[in-house]
Design a protein around this ligand. Sequence first.
Ligand code: GRG
Length: 309
Amino acid sequence: KIAAVFQQRLTDIANDTEAALDRLLGPDSRTGERARPAHLMEAMRYSTLGGGKRFRPFLVVESAALFDVPRERAILVGAALECIHCYSLVHDDLPAMDNDDLRRGRPTAHKKFDEATAILSGDGLLTLAFDILSRPEVHPDAAVRIELVSSLAINAGLGGMVGGQMLDLAAEGRFGDGKPQPLKQNEIETLQAMKTGALLRYACIAGAMLGSADKTQRAALERYGAVLGEAFQIADDLLDVEGDAATVGKAIGKDAGMQKGTLVSLLGLDGAKQRLAARVTEAEESLAPFGERGEVLKAAARFVAERKA
Ligand code: GRG
């Protein structure tokens, strides 16, 4: 039953996030229509609207709901975070990075438009995120807005997602002598906590910030976000390996996409699955201070481990 409640909330929050993004990526009375190049706006809309699970906005809204935060505030923060997430996907797909042709079942931004437009649309989305968070509709208290802005900057930047991406490229051997650098387990954990974990953790603590959570509640959500982030990445790496094995029909680990530098490659399939299950349990336990109200977020942790796409 709780799984059905979770699915419904995920769908509702995805719809509300989509509507908010549609409005935020539309005409803006502050700059006027002429000041917004239509081609750039089209590219930003293409990469943001009509796709994605909207799992990060879900985490913001559900964490905020623990404190009865007005929903429209949390939706705005979720939309800002989704702008950062979508920009990272656009830039990650570029020829200089992963050089991917498809994203969310459609041509990537640089394939649909061109490289310069894709780069600028990512820049525009990154900037828009901070524009959104600084608006009074997000929270009447400017100190809360500054905290939301500052924490997002830290989690998305050098010490978070962007830094994690850099470590990833370095491990692939993109710099120096060009040889891949095998990473130790703690180095993989750090890289992933930065690249993927930081935004997921932010989603959860943003709810606590919006809701003026006390120290214990905030620490609980921080812990939940951190272990959920790790679970998300292990599940994603498992999907890569098992999805590849299923479609290509090859032996797992030998020929199917066993990516180097993941916990799956280091711990093996069974080891990674055990660790994933342990992280889900830990995520559930971290929500103890919220009692019954934590049930939907607990279901979200189980969803992360079980998802097929
Ligand atoms: C280029 C600055 C920069 C950062 C790139 C997020 C990222 C960092 C790269 C994307 C590549 C990747 C597979 C990262 C792991 C995180 C991940 C699984 C992202 C996909 O997130 P989902 O599953 O995607 O939430 P949807 O499409 O549902 O939004």
